[in-house]
Ligand binder design. Structure first.
Ligand code: ZN
Length: 245
């Protein structure tokens, strides 16, 4: 006799992916000096969005091993944010050092998308993190300029095209120039990568309000330290990356 199913059976494939994702951060790649060539992948099926880009407003506070980055509650949810309040207070003093301190901790836009590095395809699907300028350029390609220059969906797996990001210089003097490939539309070399895209909604985490306040007051010891990968130059946020800020 058939029984009426009153439960949702677990999706074993999803569980496997979840297991594989535990304990590992997203593979965020670092833009190299010179020409970087990417294929930007579309949104994942089931992500609830058709937008290939996931956007966060992020604060970064603290120095060295006590550096933390987290999603800004004000810009994300309209909820009160102790860091944004502090930024406003610092800006009001009219003091140059305070203005610089405010600039360091203010919320910055971080945008994430799944990409294939076309110069290093063996690495599989990686995550590109970009700041507002590059994001504006990328979106600009999706807007028609004239009848002769139509919008380009460079993310389509079959008819999309490569995106070039040229990086000039390092540190605070870094400049980025973004353009579309001159080789035109072509299919992704390996369509199976579409099954290996990362869940970008996990790129940035929220932080409990009391921890944010503790950080601002310089007493973060009651919270577990973020694991930093020392010495390899990796950063966890644009807020800590002068190249992208
Ligand atoms: Zn904020």
């Amino acid at each position: 006799m058939a029984i009426q199913q009153t439960w949702e059976d677990v999706d074993m494939e999803e569980m496997g992916k979840e297991h594989a994702s535990l304990g590992r951060g997203l593979p965020v790649l670092k833009l190299k000096v010179g020409t970087n060539i990417f294929r930007v992948l579309p949104a994942r099926t089931g992500s609830g969005s058709k937008n290939p880009f996931v956007k966060f407003w992020v604060h970064g506070i603290g120095e060295g091993s006590s550096f933390r980055s987290f999603q800004c509650p004000y810009n994300t949810l309209g909820a009160s944010c102790p860091v944004c309040d502090k930024v406003s207070a610092l800006m009001r003093t009219g003091n140059e050092a305070d203005r610089q301190a405010a600039d360091r901790i203010k919320a910055k836009l971080e945008v994430y998308c799944n990409v294939i590095d076309m110069k290093d395809q063996d690495k599989g699907v990686q995550v590109l993190r970009c700041a507002e300028g590059t994001y504006r350029d990328l979106l600009g390609f999706m807007v028609p300029k004239s009848a002769d220059e139509p919008a380009v969906n460079f993310t389509n797996p079959m008819t999309g095209m490569n995106v070039l990001i040229e990086r000039e210089g390092e540190g605070k003097k870094t400049k980025y120039k973004t353009s579309l490939s001159r080789s035109g539309p072509k299919p992704l070399p390996d369509l199976s990568v579409l099954e290996k895209m990362h869940d970008l909604s996990k790129a940035v985490r929220a932080m409990p309000a009391e921890q944010v306040v503790a950080l601002l007051e310089g007493r973060d010891t009651e919270f577990p330290a973020k694991q930093l990968e020392a010495g390899n130059g990796k950063v966890s946020s644009i807020a800590d990356d002068p190249d992208l800020a």
